[in-house]
Design a protein around this ligand. Structure first.
Ligand SMILES: [Zn+2]
Length: 308
């Protein structure tokens, strides 16, 4: 399975900043050490033409040149630097590449991305460019797909994604998130499922399967982009849900299994994860890559039944 990384484009942060930058390098090291059959590839940069498929020209220019006003920069949550721009472009490019690879191989992944709080004209919540919206539109522009689905299982609502793609009948947005969690003013996705604080494995998995079935009853995507946030985990500082590590494996299997039954290729992005222990967050992300890789091997074996 092809897996794209950009963690070596380091975004300089002040001492004590609460964004867990370290997790990306830890995740790549864990994938390299512990998973067989995964090919790690450096992410390419998303160019302006790609970014402009989902973002306003003025916003792209202001981010690129460091000309956002202070309030807009604060909303992103990172100080501006050229490295911030480069990393954001690489992270979006990685999801584009993962989509291309998925269309060829069934499943591929970006070890970053899932920056779903970025709107057409502003960033937010550690998100600069909206990789999933960009990648879906690049695949359409290049004639690779007509219809794409974005399955957002980060615990926070995909507000930027919903906003960018509202009124676009060719991209379906599904968000399963904590109803009481950030962002407190939510946008309307094509399908939103708000979960109560403290939601555990069985309730979550029931809601997820119902949502996947409802989406596929209404929409037939040629490609899915899966935001596999680690923040529904019970050890997350910001998540407010109570999913266990085995519960999150069942979550990943529900997504990969449902898509496999419908022969829909899927690109996976990592999205959020803010564990009290960073090792727990990395374990959730690593498990997603391991499950993706297991399902991808099945995909390549056309005679296999879709169960790893
Ligand atoms: Zn999140």
């Amino acid at each position: 399975m092809r897996v794209y990384y950009a963690d070596h484009f380091v975004l300089p942060l002040p001492e004590g900043h609460r964004f867990p930058m370290r997790k990306y390098r830890m995740l790549r090291d864990a994938v390299a050490e512990r998973l067989d059959g995964v090919e790690l590839l450096e992410a390419q940069r998303a160019d302006d033409a790609m970014l402009l498929l989902a973002h306003d020209a003025q916003y792209v220019a202001q981010v690129s040149l460091g000309q956002l006003d202070a309030a807009r920069q604060r909303e992103i949550g990172f100080p501006w630097s050229e490295a911030m721009v480069e990393r954001s472009r690489r992270s979006a490019g990685a999801t584009v590449q993962a989509c291309r690879a998925a269309l060829h191989d069934g499943i591929a992944a970006n070890l970053a991305g899932g920056t779903h709080h970025a709107y057409a004209d502003k960033g937010g919540g550690f998100c600069v460019f909206n990789d999933a919206a960009i990648a879906a539109r690049v695949m359409q522009r290049d004639g690779c797909v007509q219809r794409a689905a974005i399955i957002d299982l980060d615990v926070h609502q995909g507000n930027g994604t919903a906003s960018i793609l509202s009124g676009d009948p060719t991209v379906f947005t599904l968000s399963l998130h904590g109803e009481k969690n950030y962002p407190f003013r939510k946008e309307a996705s094509d399908l939103d499922v708000g979960l109560p604080d403290g939601c555990g494995d069985d309730d979550y998995l029931g809601a997820l399967q119902a949502a996947l079935d409802a989406m596929l009853g209404r929409f037939s995507p040629d490609l899915a982009i899966y935001l596999a946030g680690a923040d529904p985990h019970e050890g997350d500082r910001l998540g407010r849900l109570k999913l266990t590590l085995p519960g999150l494996a069942r979550r990943d299997d529900a997504v990969f299994g449902t898509l496999a039954r419908h022969r829909i290729p899927v690109a996976v992005a990592m999205a959020g994860g803010y564990g009290n222990r960073i090792e727990d967050t990395v374990a959730v992300h690593l498990q997603t890559i391991a499950r993706a890789s297991a399902w991808q091997r099945r995909w390549l074996d056309r005679h296999a039944t879709p169960t790893p």
